[in-house]
Write a protein that binds this ligand. Structure first.
Ligand code: FUB
Length: 439
């Protein structure tokens, strides 16, 4: 076996390894984010989340949601996200008489050349208007008259008519005028939905003539994502089932949106990956969503890997795995005092492995692999393609080194195309891996 162990050498010492920060789940590492509404504008995905911040003296209530502004993020490949910065702060809103720190779940839609950003604050719903998806947004002088509630969602039907949905323990719906700033009908309560357990965060979309009303609902302990369908945007809706179960993490809220991009449907939602002990500091995620033949939604299992195709030339965060061996792998923060640095995979049993799906090798000639690793006793790592028994691509000796270092090794074969990557520990030792990158 030893002759397969390629010459490994430490090429650099990395005191601190900055995670790329924008890929896999959660999507954003350098700040908390929640309630993601994803929209397709100008050929890209734009995500309008709310923005949790830690409470501080004079800044919100400790132990509760604290939210003072909104950022918007965009991506063309669902792996690299651009933060366009703050698009609206509570102090920009003319009708908000105090700093409420309750800029909760927003939405944004495009109509007749303008982008309309809907946001809740202090129990009212406001609108801000822009010429571009990333702003600058100018808030209207007044909130929408006749609306008391949170979590606005605006749906524009194929005939151009717009509808506003929002929640206040129940879900309300009303038509919007063409100016997108005023109601065109009295809000009505959507019926036939579960009677018990908070219902909030409505998100409506249409597919093949079916109107889907999707929403978080507390059936047991925490929110799960459910849906109802109709042949009309105002209902009546028929309750259909569950899109995503309660989070095993115990995060009390979940809030989502559903979008089709380049022929694939996605569910955007949130959990508390960056704040395991406090579920009011959340982090947005995305996973693939699909439908049955009859239009019902297949239940989505949350993953760490998330969506998108990773570039083999970039740092691949294998701790965001798609599959994992039954034993021998744990995931931990690289630095628990600086969680924005992301996670590491700890392989600590013979044949323990992680699989990271959808890495694009293209048609290049690949020569070597770099692994950012640490190990108390050293160990040997196998890199394989496709699955745990797939083609052996490299065998890399990770030397004993408690500090992070980048180990470089030659490849046995040059992979091509989009492949799943498997990293396996050969011996009964202990290796920590931050990322892997091909050259
Ligand atoms: O983010 C604050 C609130 O928590 C949202 O408005 C709800 O949907 C829930 O996610």
């Amino acid at each position: 076996m030893k002759r397969f162990v390629c010459c490994a050498m430490i090429i650099a010492f990395y005191g601190i390894g900055m995670n790329d920060g924008f890929a896999d789940n959660p999507l954003i590492l350098d700040q908390f984010s929640a309630d993601p509404t994803a929209r397709v504008f100008e050929g890209k995905i734009y995500v309008y989340p709310s923005h949790d911040i830690p409470a501080a003296p004079g800044r919100g209530r400790a132990g509760w949601f604290v939210m003072e502004d909104y950022h918007v993020f965009s991506s063309g490949n669902l792996m690299d996200w651009t933060d366009h910065g703050v698009i609206l702060n509570q102090t920009d809103v003319p009708w908000l008489e105090r700093k409420s720190f309750d800029m909760w779940a927003p939405d944004c839609v495009f109509k007749d050349g303008k982008y309309y950003f809907y946001f809740p604050a202090s129990g009212r719903i406001g609108v801000a208007v822009a010429d571009k998806p990333e702003g600058p947004y100018k808030p209207a002088d007044k909130p929408i008259n006749g609306v008391r509630g949170i979590d606005p969602c605006v749906f524009i039907d194929n005939d151009g008519k717009a509808y506003l949905y929002y929640s206040m323990n129940r879900i309300f719906a009303a038509r919007l005028k063409d100016n997108m700033l005023e109601l065109d009908s009295e809000p009505l309560v959507i019926g036939n939905l579960p009677q018990k357990g908070l219902i909030e965060g409505p998100f409506v979309f249409e597919r093949n003539g079916i109107y889907y009303l999707t929403y978080p609902h507390v059936q047991n302990k925490t929110e799960r994502l459910e849906y109802a369908i109709s042949t009309s945007p105002m209902g009546p809706f028929e309750h259909k089932g569950v899109i995503m179960d309660e989070s095993p993490s115990g995060c009390w809220t979940n809030h989502h949106s559903i979008v089709e991009y380049k022929g694939q449907w996605y569910l955007f939602y949130h959990d508390k990956d960056l704040s395991p002990d406090f579920d009011k500091n959340r982090a947005i995620r995305a996973d693939y969503l699909s439908f049955n033949e009859d239009g019902t939604i297949r239940k989505v299992t949350p993953t760490l890997r998330g969506v998108g195709i990773a570039d083999a030339l970039k740092e691949i965060q294998i701790d965001r795995y798609s599959a994992v061996s039954p034993d021998g792998v744990t995931v931990d923060f690289v630095d628990s005092n600086q969680k924005q640095k992301g996670w590491k995979a700890v392989l600590a049993a013979q044949n323990a492995w992680v699989q990271y799906n959808n890495v694009d090798f293209g048609e290049h000639k690949w020569i070597s692999v770099r692994i950012k690793a640490a190990s108390q006793i050293g160990g040997v790592i196998e890199i394989r393609m496709d699955n745990v028994d797939g083609p052996l691509t490299a065998k890399v000796e990770i030397p004993e080194n408690r500090d992070w270092s980048v180990v470089k090794s030659g490849l046995l074969i040059s992979p091509s195309g989009v492949r799943n990557l498997v990293v396996k520990l050969d011996d009964a030792k202990n290796v920590e891996i931050d990322w892997i990158q091909f050259e």
